[in-house]
Design a binder for this molecule. Structure first.
Ligand code: ADP
Ligand code: MG
Length: 207
């Protein structure tokens, strides 16, 4: 089960992950964008951690909302509102719950992705973070159908997201800044799909 304590562990781990991967993610963004994605994500999760320390949330729903607000306020770029929307929509599933299991996690991730898709209008294959999120959701559902537990399902979703991010390399970007490059966007891994895969890897390791 996932409770507030575990979610806090994930959030503070993400601050470390995005600071450790800051240069890597910004290098990916330099190839097909403006080179700021790693800096954006590290700044965002520094703010998320600072907000948590300043006003520790009382429950899961409040925590997701606080994370969302901090990301929207500080990440900037295309990815800030998209990640912010993800946590906002996912948090709506948590209302009043002290802990959640695989069913709620799947429901939340699905609603979070729907929020990203509604805001960004990207579809699978457009070379965006959706190319990591959607395979991850499918893997969660497949794991549940196969009778796996939460940790097994999270591990499968992390693997699917990593593969989805790698599979963006040959794609031509159809959305976001990378789409301005047209065919020249092919041959590079999408930074947002990569940061989403890091999130799901951290979730598998910490939840
Ligand atoms: P910006 O492109 O504004 O500089 P970032 O560099 O922080 O913002 O984020 C870029 C990432 O955002 C891309 O790699 C892509 O994964 C994601 N992205 C951009 N536009 C969209 C969109 N419309 N839908 C989904 N994801 C998107
Ligand atoms: Mg950028």
């Amino acid at each position: 089960m996932i409770n507030l304590e575990k979610f806090k562990t994930l959030i503070f781990r993400l601050q470390e992950v995005y600071n450790a991967e800051k240069i890597h993610l910004s290098e990916l963004d330099s190839a097909i964008g403006d080179g700021d994605h790693g800096v954006n994500m590290a700044r965002g999760f520094d703010a998320v951690a600072a907000a948590w320390n300043a006003a520790p949330p009382a429950d899961l729903a409040a925590a997701f909302k606080q994370v969302s607000m901090a990301l929207i306020k500080t990440v900037g770029g295309a990815s800030g509102p998209l990640y912010g929307t993800f946590f906002m929509k996912m948090g709506m599933v948590m209302g009043g719950k002290a802990e959640i299991g695989l069913d709620e996690w799947i429901d939340g991730v699905e609603k979070g992705i729907a929020g990203i898709a509604m805001m960004g209008k990207a579809r699978r294959g457009d070379k965006t973070m959706i190319d990591a999120w959607e395979p991850a959701l499918e893997a969660l559902k497949a794991a549940k159908a196969a009778g796996k537990d939460l940790s097994g399902a999270l591990a499968d979703s992390a693997k699917a997201a990593e593969e989805g991010a790698a599979a963006t390399i040959p794609l031509v970007a159809k959305k976001g800044r990378a789409s301005y490059l047209g065919e020249r966007s092919a041959g590079h891994q999408d930074p947002g799909a990569t940061s989403a895969a890091f999130l799901l890897k951290a979730a598998a390791e910490n939840l």
